[in-house]
Ligand binder design. Structure first.
Ligand code: ATP
Ligand code: MG
Length: 228
């Protein structure tokens, strides 16, 4: 589904984040857990086609990511909403690009499912951090994109809403790569879990869906893996 082969990426003024890195993300949900600065965001940006590796290949559904505009929804760790557009316009953007009929109804329905209907006419700077994250998830839902790349999408979401959003993500039934630092979210998302460290980024442990039901056990495994 998503395949990186021999990918090397180095920032101009920074570390070699990926060095001949090879990995596959199967269909369904894959959660990535790893320490700060290990290269998770870089990996996701390369998968989305936002950063171009110096060498190696990236394939999403068998094609390079830049040929898949509109089929990949990327939710960045920070930002991601156009400040000059209202919440409504931000969510509607992929629908407009796809020239879908009746985007307005679709926007209202996803906004409703994320509890942000009352915010539709505000600008991003007029809503909270968690509300911005909900807006990004609403936009991904509305877009119908086949592959979702989410960089800490729940980091500002309150305890009551996380569960609901996780259910929404699972129900969306798309292939997703989700970065998180929250082991409970990793368990609840119920997909593959890839534990990484770096830089350069290395995959140090993987778990199959359902292998962990206890977040504390996953946290212990992750701590051990980070040290290894
Ligand atoms: N634009 C940049 N220029 C130079 N170095 C960078 C740049 N962006 C990130 N880095 C460095 O590359 C490494 C990987 O960064 P990345 O953002 O991918 O980490 P991360 O795993 O997402 O961390 P976090 O959990 O804190 O979000 C870090 O050492 C970071 O300092
Ligand atoms: Mg990051």
């Amino acid at each position: 589904m998503i395949r990186l082969t021999g990918v090397t990426y180095r920032y101009r003024r920074g570390p070699v984040v990926l060095q001949n890195f090879t990995a596959e993300f199967p269909p369904g949900i894959t959660v990535i857990l790893g320490p700060n600065g290990s290269g998770k965001t870089t990996l996701l940006k390369i998968t989305a086609g936002i950063l171009k590796p110096q060498s190696g290949t990236v394939e999403v559904m068998g094609r390079p990511p830049d040929e898949l505009r509109g089929k990949i929804a990327y939710i960045p760790q920070t930002g991601g909403l156009y400040p000059w557009m209202t919440v409504r316009e931000n969510i509607a953007l992929p629908l407009k690009l796809q020239r879908r009929s009746n985007p307005e109804r679709e926007v209202e329905s996803v906004a409703e499912s994320l509890g942000i209907s009352h915010l539709l006419d505000r600008y991003p700077k007029e809503i909270s951090g968690g509300e911005q994250q909900k807006t990004l998830i609403a936009r991904a839902l509305a877009s119908g994109a086949e592959v979702w790349l989410l960089d800490e999408p729940l980091s500002m979401i309150d305890i009551d809403y996380r569960r609901e959003i996780i259910q929404l993500l699972k129900k969306a039934g798309r292939s997703m790569v989700v970065i998180t630092h929250n082991v409970q979210d990793a368990v609840d998302l119920g997909g593959y879990i890839y534990i990484v460290k770096g830089p350069p980024l290395q995959l140090v442990a993987t778990a199959a869906p359902g292998q962990y039901t206890d977040a504390e056990r996953l946290a212990e495994t992750a701590r051990e893996a980070f040290k290894s």
